[in-house]
Design a protein around this ligand. Structure first.
Ligand SMILES: C[S@@+](CC[C@H](N)C(=O)[O-])C[C@H]1O[C@@H](n2cnc3c(N)ncnc32)[C@H](O)[C@@H]1O
Length: 238
């Protein structure tokens, strides 16, 4: 682990977190939180043939959805924004504001124990993930930081692409989705210039349409409502 915290430019907390969500953060999060003192191989209680990572899962809609639809896959979700993490916990437990907190908090019926969470900067977690450990990495609707002078804050950059390539298995997949005019070109150029990934798209439908089995994210829904067209850039590790 690195000793110094990387500089994070986004928000760590928004609106005041109310009682139920606060309790979920205190009581349930530790049950599914990644313990970086353990071996990475012990992340889950069972072994999964495949492991995926979602970086910046926001309110957790996509992460909770794909984890429910794919019980045979282990998912690691990373998010700095405390309110987002709390929302994911609500989705996983079904406990909402106004509910009495039960003696013991468990996953809601129909939920699988296949999600682990890291509630801090992904760059801290990167150091803990061994080479060739992941099958897929999702970076969905990352903060665009559209101003040129803020470009160094963008999550898709050469440094992070190097790490993502390192932690992906052979033929591992990187999925980047964005609706932002500037970020579309940026993400494609950065990834191709890294020379670490091949773009899998053969026709425009391959990047215009949602990949199979997709679950829409909160930011994706907002973009669609506001008339922006998301792109789905899918890369295979070379
Ligand atoms: C624009 S939001 C998109 C959220 C979600 N993926 C969606 O599509 O609804 C980007 C998210 O990435 C998170 N994020 C940005 N940089 C991060 C980092 N270095 N580590 C972990 N999360 C990060 C932010 O906190 C924010 O919630």
């Amino acid at each position: 682990m690195i000793n110094e915290k990387p500089k994070f430019y986004g928000r760590r907390q928004g609106r005041k977190i109310r009682k139920a969500k606060g309790n979920l953060l205190d009581v349930f999060l530790p049950q599914i939180k990644i313990d970086t003192q353990k071996n990475f191989q012990e992340t889950f209680n069972q072994s999964f043939a495949k492991t995926c990572l979602e970086i910046g899962f926001g309110d957790g809609t996509h992460l909770a959805g794909i984890a429910k639809n794919n019980p045979e896959i282990g998912f690691i979700g990373v998010e700095v924004f405390k309110n987002g993490v709390a929302n994911l916990l609500t989705l996983l437990t079904g406990i909402k504001e106004g509910h009495e907190l039960p003696q013991e908090i468990n996953l809601a019926d129909g939920r699988n124990d296949n999600i682990r969470v890291f509630d801090d900067d992904v760059r801290i977690l990167f150091n803990y993930i061994p080479d060739a450990s992941l099958d897929k990495v999702f970076v969905l609707f990352p903060d665009p930081w559209p101003k040129k002078r803020h470009a160094h804050r963008r999550l898709i950059n050469q440094e992070n692409l190097q790490v993502i390539s390192r932690i992906l298995k052979k033929d591992g997949i990187l999925v980047i989705a964005t609706d932002h005019r500037v970020y579309k070109g940026w993400a494609l150029r950065q990834t191709l210039e890294s020379n670490l990934f091949d773009w899998t798209a053969k026709t425009s439908n391959d990047w215009r349409n949602e990949p199979e089995g997709w679950v829409q994210t909160k930011y994706q829904k907002k973009a669609i409502r506001e008339g922006r067209k998301p792109v789905f850039l899918i890369f295979k590790k070379k």
